[in-house]
Write a protein that binds this ligand. Sequence first.
Ligand code: FAD
Ligand code: PHB
Length: 399
Amino acid sequence: MKTQVAIIGAGPAGMMLAHMLKRAGIDCLVLERRDRAYVEGRVRAGVLEQTTVSILENLGLADRLKREGLPHDGFSISCDGKQFRIDLAGLTSGSRVTVYGQQEVMKDLFDAAPARGLDVVFDAENVALHDIDSSSPSVSWTKDGRSHRVACAFIAGCDGYHGVSRAAIPATVISEHEKAYPFGWLGILAEVPPCSHELIYASHERGFALASMRSQSRSRYYIQVGLDEDIEAWPDDRVWDELAARLGPDADAHMKRGPSFEKSVAPLRSYVCEPMRYGRLFLAGDAAHIVPPTGAKGLNLASSDVLFLAEALITHNKTGSTSALDEYSQRALARVWKAERFSWWFTHLTHRFPTSTSLERKLQIAEMDYLAGSVAARTALAENYVGLPLAGELHHRPR
Ligand code: FAD
Ligand code: PHB
């Protein structure tokens, strides 16, 4: 078997890249360890930057997103029960975000694949990368007990944080930067209308909480919990009571309670692997970096990575020049580091750390007060939240 680009992982990064390459006439094959229902069923991101929406529009994959996605011009921050608004559109000359679940994005990407001749191998086991530092790499896997191998010109490692691609790079040639946070997010989905028409991020003495949504009738809520928290210790009533306490009286007054149909705990991590390339292997999305979900940046970074990577592969395919491929890692990392900084900052502003003292809590409250009163501070938050521009990063990179 032969293809131009072997893509490992059919998450948002892998499937968006596959659509971009296919549209440009570049052959690719996507290898996914799980089945479609599993990938599509994972409840994860909910907020799309305009950049991500534009990518899906350009691919002709945004019809349902345009119909069902919820455009948001702002969100609220609540600090110990007192709320103020971040007017995203007003502070950024009109930029907004769109609430549309990652599950819906995946459904749209998968639904369109067969008609476009896009090959996705689900249930690919034992995926392994070979000769990535040579000019003729290949990828092998097994399926239904049979072995397969595809020869390719390039490999895109889009297989998430626990994938095999990054692990195939010799440890001596990469630097890893990591922080694991001493808490996680317990998230629920419930078939009840949201408590507010916009998201509410809450910093409370008892810990962080977030009120989000998937539609006018489906709510997504999160609370900060300890890492060793037993999910059985969080029956729905306790989750609702905790949300009410942390989100504050305004939100509580409008919060409709109901049975949750999804409940899980996700750990929080900041992580970057540099460079995002080794030989013929290019990493994209969570395979190369992780952000805590507080800034809603993970899926959006995966989108900008694969946009840069697709552009570089298409240029190489047209002209034979490798210069865009050679710049891929630096170009992607310039955006990644700014999103890492923003997500780290917003996490520190809004969460209670087990080691934090009364001084640190007072500083958080003072920073909230500053944000509430300063247009400059709110502008800095807003322009990061809606997504920094794609172009120009290389001009600002440190020498
Ligand atoms: P993944 O989605 O992890 O996909 C990788 C794929 O590779 C998977 O399908 C996996 O099965 C497959 N794979 C793994 N190993 C192998 C292998 N060995 N062989 C073959 N295939 C393999 N981001 C946002 O932008 N906004 C948000 O609001 C947001 N909220 C979040 C909330 C939560 C609770 C969580 C957990 C995450 C959130 N994120 C958010 C982050 C976002 O979900 C991820 O950043 C995004 O899924 C990354 O996409 P990806 O394609 O790089 O990786
Ligand atoms: C979500 O709706 O899942 C969501 C929204 C905003 C975030 C993280 C997750 O920052």
